[in-house]
Structure formats: structure tokens, C-alpha cells
Design a protein around this ligand. Structure first.
Ligand SMILES: Cc1ncc(COP(=O)(O)O)c(C=O)c1O
Length: 391
């Protein structure tokens, strides 16, 4: 029988340090200068948990909270969040009435969206707070340059009827993670021109906003009145080729931890996991980690199947995943180290604690750290640290 160190803890947990989120937002506020900070909490706060992360962000001084889908903004209102909330992604037939009733700032990139919002405002008898989005080069949402004056005029018409208040003009960067890329300069110029056009036609915006995390940290000339920071709020670097989180005053909030489900000795030449993409080269101990792709561990993190395997801290040393990641479990090769079932392993966390990082995982899985933290499944319990320090 394998020795084990047990206890009543869950076999795996996503741990979120709310103080880190609070402090990261405070750091972003300091760097944003006169601009306000919107903490972007879409995607369940990048996997950190919508309500706890939003509370920590507010404690750090985020005067705005932003989501993509309206459902998340409504969930924040329902949880008691006052203050400015913005939801920017919509589809035809959106629940505009709910948005207006909950006093959520909304966005339009097309005239038909302005018309839907105006109709809902007429029905509720309340004015909608509207941000107009221009495509300055991302090629995703936002009105193309040619459609911008028409969109502005449609919004001003609805404003004249007392149905909307055009409070924001905004856009989004395509390549801010490469701060010196000429596209950034071109987008700032296009945005400034779009703002001038809107102002010349009569818009008096409360906030002009363009910067994401990368631009907040690296491109101070893009801050305008409000920055929309997501990844940096959670303590990850949006410019991993330029700066690690600690270099820009951030610390990661999330760590993913598990307890070894089994440790066993196997001889040399033993195939490991489906497909036998890893074969032991000596007698060794294998450690079984009870997390898999159903939990959000990317199968691209497999070792020996085209890549070196994502890193895991186990028994005081960083090791690489051995063989394929399965639906609920994967394996690491522990050698002859004194490691036991029940011992804690860390998939990623804080480099300052010697733990692999979400960025390390992103590189091993050929993706971005955004995707690594966002994908951990609800079936893994979230453990929050630092609630008591939020006020
Ligand atoms: C419109 C918009 N603004 C801001 C952000 C935040 O970006 P980041 O996480 O890079 O700060 C996002 C996220 O992708 C976004 O879609």
C-alpha cells in the first residue's frame, strides 16, 4: 500500500487571492494617472469568480466594472453592485429593457442597435446610457470609419428625443501586446479623429476609452478618460515578451492546486497514459494528479505528444506532465523523490513562490495566459483568500 497524507481538503482547488486583485487594481489606478479604471470582469472575471473578483476590484479603486455579455452585468447588479457597470457585447433582440432598468451602460456599433436601445428606453421611460464604438483597426466590433458619422447622427437623434444619453466614445486595440507596433499609433490617430468627428456633430462624451491592460501599462498616451483593464487586474502580464508581472507591480491572484491521488513505483520502459507518448527511462515513481481536460487542464499540455508538457510543482521541484492529459487526470514522473499520495502539487501560481506561472502553461500549450486561467471548470472548488481585507 502506498503511504498517503490525507485530510478533508478537496482533491483540487482554484485558489484566488482577493488581496492580489485589490492591489493590482490599485497599481493600475496609479499608472492610469487622471484616467479612471474599469476592471474588466467578463468571462467570470477571467475564471476568478465574478462577484468576489468584482468586490476586490472595487476595493482597489475600480470605479467602473465591465463585462462583454449583459447577463454578467445584470448578475453584478443583482449581487448588489452599485456604480458604473458596462456591458458591450449584444446581439439583435438583446434584453435592453433589463439593461436600462438596471442602469447598465450599453454600447452600439450599428444604427439598428441604437434603434433597439431607443425603443427599449421609450418602453421603460428611462434614458439609456450609450457608448458608441468605432473600429479603429481591430476588425471586430465597432462601426467602420465610413459608417461612423451615420451612427453618431442616429445616436444624437435618439438623444434629442430624450431616449439615450451618449456618454462614451470608444474602441479597442488589436496589437497592444506589442507596444511598439505601428498599428497602435494608427489606432490612436483613428480614434482621435473619430472623437473629433463625433464632437463636431454635437456629442459631449463623459468618457473616451481605448486602452486595455497592455496599453494601460505601456502606452500612457492612450489612456484618455478611462482604461479598461482585464488581464492585469488578475496579476498576469499582457506583454509577456516585454515584462513579467512583478516588473510592472502586479502579482497573480490565481493558483491551481491539487493533491496527488496516487504515487506508485514502475519499472523502466513503462508506457504512461493514452498512446504511450511518455515511456519511463528508469525505475521511477509516477504521481497521479486528479485534474484533466474536463477540469480545464488543456490537452495541449500533454508531454511527449508534440511538446515538452506543461510544468507542475510537485515535491519541491518543477516537473513536466508525462504523457497525455486525460479527461480527469494526468501523470507526472517523480523519480526517486520522497513524494506521497495526498501531497499538494501546484499547476501554476506565483513565480515569487517558485511556482510555475499561467504564462509558463500558456507557452507549453501554445496559447495565451488569458485562456489558461479562464477555462478552469466550475466543478473545481474556488477557495478565496483575503475576503476579510476587502472594504
Ligand atoms: C472590449 C474589451 N476591452 C478591454 C478588454 C480587456 O483586455 P485585457 O484583458 O487585455 O486588459 C477586453 C478583453 O479582451 C475587451 O474585449
Amino acid at each position: 500500500m502506498d503511504e498517503h497524507r490525507g485530510g478533508a481538503e478537496p482533491h483540487a482547488a482554484v485558489r484566488v487571492d482577493l488581496r492580489a486583485i485589490r492591489d493590482n487594481v490599485a497599481e493600475l489606478r496609479a499608472r492610469a494617472g487622471a484616467a479612471e479604471v474599469m476592471a474588466v470582469v467578463k468571462g467570470d472575471a477571467y475564471g476568478h469568480g465574478l462577484v468576489p473578483a468584482a468586490r476586490a476590484a472595487r476595493a482597489g479603486g475600480a470605479s467602473w466594472l465591465g463585462t462583454a455579455v449583459l447577463g454578467e452585468a445584470l448578475a453584478l447588479r443583482a449581487a448588489g453592485f452599485g456604480g458604473r457597470l458596462m456591458a458591450w457585447l449584444s446581439a439583435p433582440g438583446e434584453q435592453w429593457i433589463d439593461a436600462i432598468a438596471a442602469d447598465i451602460d450599453v454600447s452600439a456599433s450599428a444604427i439598428w442597435t441604437v434603434e433597439e436601445i431607443a425603443d427599449a428606453a421609450r418602453e421603460t421611460g428611462r434614458m439609456a446610457r450609450l457608448h458608441l464604438k468605432v473600429d479603429t483597426g481591430l476588425g471586430r466590433s465597432g462601426a467602420p470609419e465610413a459608417d461612423w458619422p451615420g451612427l453618431v447622427d442616429a445616436a444624437l437623434k435618439a438623444q434629442a428625443e430624450g431616449l439615450v444619453n451618449v456618454v462614451g466614445l470608444w474602441s479597442h486595440f488589436a496589437i497592444a501586446d506589442a507596444p511598439r507596433h505601428p498599428t497602435n499609433t494608427a489606432q490612436v490617430a483613428a480614434f482621435s479623429q473619430a472623437v473629433e468627428i463625433a464632437q463636431a456633430r454635437g456629442v459631449r462624451p463623459e468618457v473616451r476609452h481605448l486602452a486595455n491592460s497592455a496599453a494601460t501599462l505601456m502606452l500612457p498616451d492612450t489612456h484618455f478618460d478611462l482604461v479598461r483593464a482585464g488581464l492585469a487586474v488578475y496579476g498576469l502580464s499582457p506583454v509577456p515578451d516585454v515584462a513579467a508581472p512583478a516588473d510592472v507591480g502586479l502579482r497573480p491572484a490565481m493558483s491551481v492546486r491539487a493533491r496527488l491521488a496516487l504515487v506508485k513505483r514502475v519499472p523502466a520502459g513503462h508506457g504512461v497514459s493514452y498512446g504511450h507518448f511518455y515511456v519511463t527511462d528508469r525505475e521511477t515513481s509516477l504521481g497521479l494528479i486528479p485534474l484533466g481536460y474536463a477540469d480545464g487542464v488543456p490537452r495541449h499540455g500533454s508531454g511527449g505528444d508534440g511538446g515538452p508538457g506543461a510544468p507542475v510543482l510537485a515535491g519541491g521541484r518543477v516537473r513536466r506532465i508525462a504523457g497525455r492529459v486525460c479527461m480527469d487526470q494526468f501523470v507526472v514522473d517523480l523519480g526517486d523523490d520522497d513524494v506521497h499520495a495526498g501531497d499538494e502539487v501546484v499547476l501554476f501560481g506565483d513565480a515569487a513562490a517558485g511556482e510555475p506561472t499561467a504564462q509558463d502553461w500558456a507557452e507549453a500549450c501554445r496559447t495565451i495566459s488569458y485562456e489558461i486561467v479562464t477555462r478552469f471548470a466550475p466543478r473545481i472548488p474556488r477557495t478565496y483568500v483575503g475576503w476579510e481585507d476587502l472594504r
